[in-house]
Design a protein around this ligand. Structure first.
Ligand code: WTA
Length: 776
């Protein structure tokens, strides 16, 4: 089965004629459209007259003429001109394509074709470049993605015996790269830094691995890791992998309740944390959060014997740290005493590597389980091609290792390629919004991978924070986490990348392990805001609400046909939920939960979640919030308030189920009901908007509003705090009691003329009440 992009009749070298376009649509922010299917997508205000959801104006990419200079073209060649609002296509420069691993669409199509027609041959050729103690069996992969044919099962390289830590470290040392820098660590405060070569990293990993073995952690045991972006975080992940233990990293921004929930679910042999971390100017006492979580889980009968704690002196000295003798151990007191070599635990390709909890559309987070061999091959390969990786590159991904991006593209993918990686502890806008570019210049970063939310917040801070740094080293930029709106794309491209650097807008998920739809820089022209084409081995299918596969230009639900090596294998302890959530909605396919459209050139455009999941991108930005409300220029603001609008933001983003926030809200004694929806947010992409019904007789008050927000922060984490609490005397419900979120979404986004039919509600008058309370 050939992908839609076989229809593409373009070549980077060919001249493309594009009609001059009106460009209002480029300036639109994308409108999040959770919980609505393709029909609704097409009824939104971004619906174009040509019938395509959020797709740029019509263009004829098949008109190819003979010479680039002879026609009114508004395509752009990287490095030759600035991408303007009128440009639809951004071509890689000849220089870039000339050195790229995949230098043309033809080359991509040839490789893609083989990956689909002969997945076993394609992936085993790549897998052979890694170290396997024993080769996999005759069958390279086996799969069933069709619930109608039995249990869902995905296996790659089964019977192959390997170790991902060995492939990340020992293999690179043995091939002569022991002295190459593996990690540059940049601390929160400018000037605090460190580095480790591949040999040094291997030694540190071995010491921790020996310690873990000594305290009884064995192959198959879980280890919960609650660490910020210190070098000790990737060290811990690799040490677990070395001894066959399953790491479960919990983002160190989750609350003690969320941490306890995860500890109780996977029952780890040990918990690894640090005493505190500084984020911007603020100290966060992580050990206190862990103590509370451990006390909580002990109440449910899950007691943890070992809590290894790293003393993070830049944030807090050990004397000030609360301590439980017997259970708590200082990392620095024990780990350095262990030998710097440690035998590898060889594991089957299908043995579990890690668990990572992610939000679903019910209250309970899902433990996404990835196994070893396929994940290893897939993350390494996607990293290499999507960033056009060269051994001389210095790579920086701003994501935290607490999310999948930090697993696949801070730790495993880059290190499997022997890359030099930056691990950044701080906040990207501390001490000012130029920090990222300061780091880029300091380490001569060539590949910079981040999230649209960070791009947007830095864009708002002004170009001068960017242009005061050279950024000459940059080669390729990357984006992940949500659709990047064309204006942010253009700013990233023009201002940050000086119109030289292609942007890899990578679409993927915790579940997919690695990139699924992504540009290969140098291979084809980009369209700002489109993730472009599928990666090797990935067969996207856009289906309608009946599960019918749509062809050509269309909008619908994004599914994937057939497995790929990096796919998750199950939800920990709940294979049934795995099947129900991902494989039952559209039998025969993996369902991503995202809406998507495909234009007539075969380019894919992601339109956001279609389930009750919000893509929250965590920010804290004060007095930025005050600044943005005052509608003043930065300098007027500084003049009037004598304060500089600092944006503190954590570039990593993640998902949160509306049900999780709702269940936190209703745990408040004065809240009787809550309904949460996602709304468009200028900086964050999506904001959290909560409709709250109070218990009988409880009056609305500012204090109560704050206390509800605190409850959510406490139960889930600061990133899940609602941006808006809307008092709701009642919620719009059908006669069967189902909340009509469609209406709530419209009220939240003030699209009051698009409320649609409200006559089926049990009590239509609640809608007017809600509208009346909109600004209260
Ligand atoms: C969204 C993050 C548009 C999407 C790696 C997906 C994107 C969810 C993109 C997964 C992109 C991620 N364009 N949307 N380039 N990348 N998404 O599991 O809605 O934290 O389903 O993994 O983020 O989020 P997760």
């Amino acid at each position: 089965m050939l992908p839609q992009c076989y229809n593409v009749a373009i070549s980077c070298e060919a001249l493309v004629r594009i009609p001059l376009l009106g460009s209002n649509h480029h300036r639109q922010q994308y409108r999040p459209c959770p919980s609505i299917g393709p029909r609704r997508l097409m009824m939104g205000s971004n619906y174009e007259s040509n019938g395509i959801w959020r797709h740029p104006c019509p263009m004829n990419m098949n008109v190819v003429t003979s010479s680039r200079s002879s026609c009114p073209i508004n395509a752009v060649v990287l490095g030759e001109a600035l991408a303007s609002e009128e440009s639809e296509l951004v071509f890689p420069s000849k220089d870039f394509s000339g050195q790229a691993m995949v230098a043309s669409l033809e080359k991509y199509l040839e490789m893609y074709k083989r990956s689909i027609e002969d997945p076993a041959g394609f992936w085993s050729d790549i897998a052979s470049q890694f170290y396997w103690k024993e080769k996999w069996g005759k069958q390279v992969y086996s799969e069933n993605l069709d619930v109608r044919k039995g249990d869902i099962k995905i296996e790659w390289f089964k019977g192959g015996i390997t170790n991902i830590c060995y492939n990340c470290l020992d293999r690179n040392v043995e091939t002569g790269n022991g002295d190459k820098i593996a990690i540059y660590w940049e601390g929160n405060e400018p000037g605090s830094d460190g580095s480790l070569t591949y040999s040094q990293l291997l030694q540190k990993v071995c010491q921790l691995a020996n310690y873990l073995k000594d305290v009884g952690v064995k192959k198959g045991d879980a280890v919960v890791v609650y660490l910020p972006m210190l070098m000790e975080l990737p060290i811990t992940m690799l040490a677990c992998a070395r001894i066959g233990a399953i790491h479960s990293v919990v983002f160190a921004g989750f609350s003690s309740e969320s941490l306890a929930q995860r500890i109780m679910d996977c029952k780890p042999k040990a918990v690894i944390t640090c005493n505190a971390v500084k984020r911007g100017p603020k100290v966060i006492y992580l050990k206190g959060i862990v103590d509370t979580a451990l006390a909580e889980s002990a109440k449910s009968g899950i007691s943890i014997d070992v809590c290894l704690t790293y003393e993070n002196q830049s944030a807090m000295m050990r004397g000030e740290t609360k301590w439980q003798e017997g259970r708590d151990i200082w990392w620095q007191d024990v780990v350095p005493k262990y030998p710097t070599t440690c035998e590898v635990e060889w594991v089957d390709a299908e043995d579990p590597l890690f668990l990572l909890y992610t939000s679903g559309s019910t209250g309970k987070p899902k433990g996404v389980l990835h196994t070893t061999g396929g994940y290893m091959v897939y993350t390494a390969t996607t990293f290499k091609y999507a960033f056009d990786y060269k051994p001389s590159d210095v790579y920086w991904c701003t994501a935290d290792c607490g999310w999948i991006t930090g697993h696949s593209y801070v730790t495993y993918g880059p290190m499997l390629n022997g890359a030099t990686v930056i691990v950044f502890e701080g906040a990207p806008s501390y001490p000012d919004p130029g920090r990222c570019w300061d780091i880029v210049d300091k380490y001569k970063v060539t590949l910079f991978y981040t999230a649209p939310t960070l791009v947007r917040s830095l864009m708002r801070a002004g170009d001068e924070y960017v242009t005061r740094y050279s950024r000459k080293s940059l080669r390729v930029l990357g984006s992940v986490g949500e659709p990047i709106n064309p204006s942010a794309w253009r700013w990233f491209f023009n201002v940050v990348g000086d119109s030289r650097c292609p942007i890899s807008d990578t679409w993927w998920q915790t579940e997919t392990g690695g990139f699924m739809i992504t540009p290969l820089p140098g291979a084809w022209p980009q369209k700002p805001g489109s993730a472009t084409f599928p990666f090797f081995g990935v067969q996207p299918a856009i289906v309608d609400e009946k599960g019918l596969k749509l062809e050509g230009e269309c909008s619908g639900y994004l599914c994937v046909k057939s497995s790929w090596p990096g796919a998750f294998r199950t939800l920990y302890g709940d294979h049934e939920r795995y099947e129900t959530t991902y494989f039952k909605p559209f039998p025969g396919y993996y369902f991503s939960g995202d809406g998507c459209s495909r234009d007539k050139d075969g380019y894919y455009w992601l339109t956001g979640r279609v389930d009750d999941v919000i893509n929250v991108r965590y920010h804290s930005y004060l007095p930025w919030a005050a600044y943005s409300k005052m509608k003043l220029s930065i300098w007027d603001f500084v003049f009037i308030t004598n304060k500089f609008p600092v944006i503190r933001t954590c570039g990593s983003g993640h998902r949160i189920g509306t049900a999780e926030v709702e269940s936190a809200l209703v745990s408040h004694p004065q809240c009787s009901e809550a309904a949460v929806v996602g709304v468009e947010h200028e900086v964050k992409g999506q904001g959290i908007y909560a409709f709250v019904t109070l218990a009988d007789g409880v009056p609305y008050s500012e204090e109560l509003r704050k206390s509800l927000v605190v409850t959510v922060r406490k139960q889930i984490g600061a990133f899940a705090a609602p941006d808006k609490i809307h008092w709701a005397p009642g919620l719009p419900k059908t006669r069967s009691g189902k909340i009509m979120r469609r209406i709530l979404r419209k009220i939240a986004s003030r699209q009051l003329d698009e409320l649609g039919d409200t006559s089926t509600l049990a009590d239509p008058s609640v809608v007017d009440q809600l509208i009346a309370l909109s600004d209260s």
